[in-house]
Design a protein around this ligand. Structure first.
Ligand code: ATP
Ligand code: MG
Ligand code: MG
Ligand code: MG
Length: 488
């Protein structure tokens, strides 16, 4: 059976609605919770309930939550499964059903409703969670070899240094069960993809790290819509699902290229555009404006990355509003506010894009000067040695490179990514001193660290990290890895 992305979302919500869950709309990407900059998980709007600060109106809820995780930005286009913007389907129990029921329904929707074969599923549990292990083995019938025990990083969810937390259990899809149960390595993404995480929030952690049982045992889950779509639509990665691919096609049309016949580098650029355009459309729809601080800075960096990758694939003029149109059309049925905010989205994009293009133009002029300077030295080299010795230098100069400092100035002041400098240099038969560039970058990072905490999404920065510094209570996301931004 074929499922469109929209059908998957509806099927998930209907399944849990039929089991007593209140269907609630997605909350804004701008969270009420002041400890995080952007909504990074479906549980975030319910955090006060889990903390016992708010009494829930319903014991059970289900949502499709818009999420943005900037910590995954470097993974975008490089892994098959990570986005900045994605939708998290979730079912929640506030002191109502717990482990057994959550596991039973998680399995039922995966196998009976979405029709995944049990042969293709592997589950993980927290290493000490014998109870979850037993439920999977004895009640669901998963063979022991296909229940993996994982450590805290993957399978113990914490909402911060203190507060509600608990073990979790993840469901993975196995694309190659024929490789056998002997050497199952869930980090092998050529074989496995995590698509559903069930969190059993049953403890409170105090400042000294002690766990005490919570009065309420809660359930918090997350199924990545784009990931389950990848599986059900039988495509090689999230980007080729019907949720994102039309955006990539629009960008390809503007550039005059075809995704499927493009090289790997071009495909990455197309995927970055496909991903980031969804982020910026929903961010602006949720009233975020480009600026140099906080969320506004995330938005600005994302727009600039779209423009820059557009250039890398050969787009010259302005194009972001056109790709945004495709993204709006794709999500307006589920999120009508993107169409309502269409004019604002396009105006913001247009303004940011034309500003950035002007900056890029200035950078290109500077780069021309640098190249001219180098070429004139090069020309001296090319003179006959007799002439050179007499009028210029006694011996040939070494082959000229664009210095690390010049490349860094272009990057830092003019927003010129290194790849762009390299490409233009290459056309002129020149090289860039990449080691020198990296050394300048390192100096910059250290200067920034010394002065104050700054963030830059292109330099391993993530706003989650900024949030950690601003606020005493940090929110680590579903797992430690979500917060550290480790490339998995
Ligand atoms: P991974 O280990 O693949 O990075 P995760 O363990 O960080 O995922 P969770 O925090 O458990 O993810 O989030 C719940 C679900 O949300 C995941 O099982 C996945 O389906 C989805 N998800 C998480 N991060 C992303 C992302 N960056 N892009 C798309 N889907 C995501
Ligand atoms: Mg994980
Ligand atoms: Mg997980
Ligand atoms: Mg992660």
């Amino acid at each position: 059976q074929h499922f469109s992305g929209n059908e998957i979302r509806k099927t998930f919500l209907d399944f849990y609605a039929g089991r007593g869950h209140q269907v609630l709309p997605s909350a804004s990407l701008v969270p009420e919770d002041p400890t995080v900059l952007l909504t990074i998980a479906g549980m975030l709007p319910f955090k006060p309930i889990f903390l016992g600060q708010r009494t829930p109106e319903f014991k059970r809820a289900t949502t499709s939550q818009k999420c943005i995780r900037t910590n995954d930005i470097e993974n975008v286009g490089r892994t098959k499964r990570h986005h900045t913007f994605f939708e998290m389907l979730g079912n929640f129990s506030f002191g109502d059903y717990f482990k057994e029921q959550a596991i039973a329904w998680g399995w039922e929707i995966s196998t009976k409703v979405f029709g995944l074969s049990p042969k293709n599923l592997v589950v993980s549990v927290f290493k000490d969670d014998d109870e979850a292990f037993a439920i999977w083995r004895d009640q669901i019938g998963v063979p022991e070899a296909r229940i993996k025990r994982l450590g805290e990083d993957d399978n113990f969810w914490v909402s911060g240094p203190t507060g509600p937390c608990g073990p979790c259990s993840e469901i993975y899809y196995d694309f190659h069960p024929e490789r056998g149960d002997e050497n199952i390595d869930l980090e092998d993404d050529t074989r496995f993809i995590e698509f559903y995480n069930l969190v059993f929030m049953q403890y409170n952690r105090d400042a000294s790290g002690n766990l005490t049982p919570l009065q309420n045992k809660n359930i918090d889950t997350g199924m990545g819509l784009e990931r389950i779509a990848q599986i059900l639509q039988n495509v090689p990665n999230n980007y080729e699902t019907d949720l994102i691919f039309p955006i990539i096609q629009t960008a390809g049309q503007i550039a005059g290229i075809d995704y499927h016949s493009s090289d790997e580098k071009t495909k990455i650029s197309l995927k970055v555009i496909g991903d980031h355009v969804r982020s910026v459309v929903h961010m602006i729809a949720d009233e975020i404006r480009a600026s140099n601080v906080g969320r506004g800075y995330v938005l600005r960096r994302l727009i600039r990355r779209v423009v820059r990758h557009g250039r890398l694939i050969g787009i010259d003029g302005e194009f972001t509003t056109q790709v945004a149109e495709t993204a709006i059309a794709l999500s307006e049925s589920a999120y009508p506010n993107v169409r309502q905010r269409e004019a604002a989205i396009k105006a913001e994009l247009q303004r940011e894009e034309s500003n950035f293009l002007r900056t890029l133009d200035r950078g290109e002029k500077l780069l021309d000067e640098v190249i001219n300077r180098i070429s004139s030295i090069q020309q001296e080299n090319d003179l006959p040695s007799s002439v050179r010795e007499e009028y210029y230098h006694p011996s040939p100069l070494p082959k000229q490179k664009i210095s690390g400092l010049d490349a860094f100035t272009l990057y830092d002041t003019y927003g010129f990514p290194l790849e762009l400098t390299q490409e233009i240099a290459e056309e002129q038969g020149l090289e860039v001193d990449v080691d020198g560039f990296n050394a300048e970058m390192q100096k910059q990072v250290e200067r920034a660290k010394a002065a104050h905490e700054t963030i830059d999404l292109t330099v391993q920065g993530s706003l989650d990290k900024l949030a950690e510094h601003i606020h005493a209570t940090e929110f680590l996301g579903y797992s430690q890895s979500a917060a550290t931004g480790k490339v998995e």
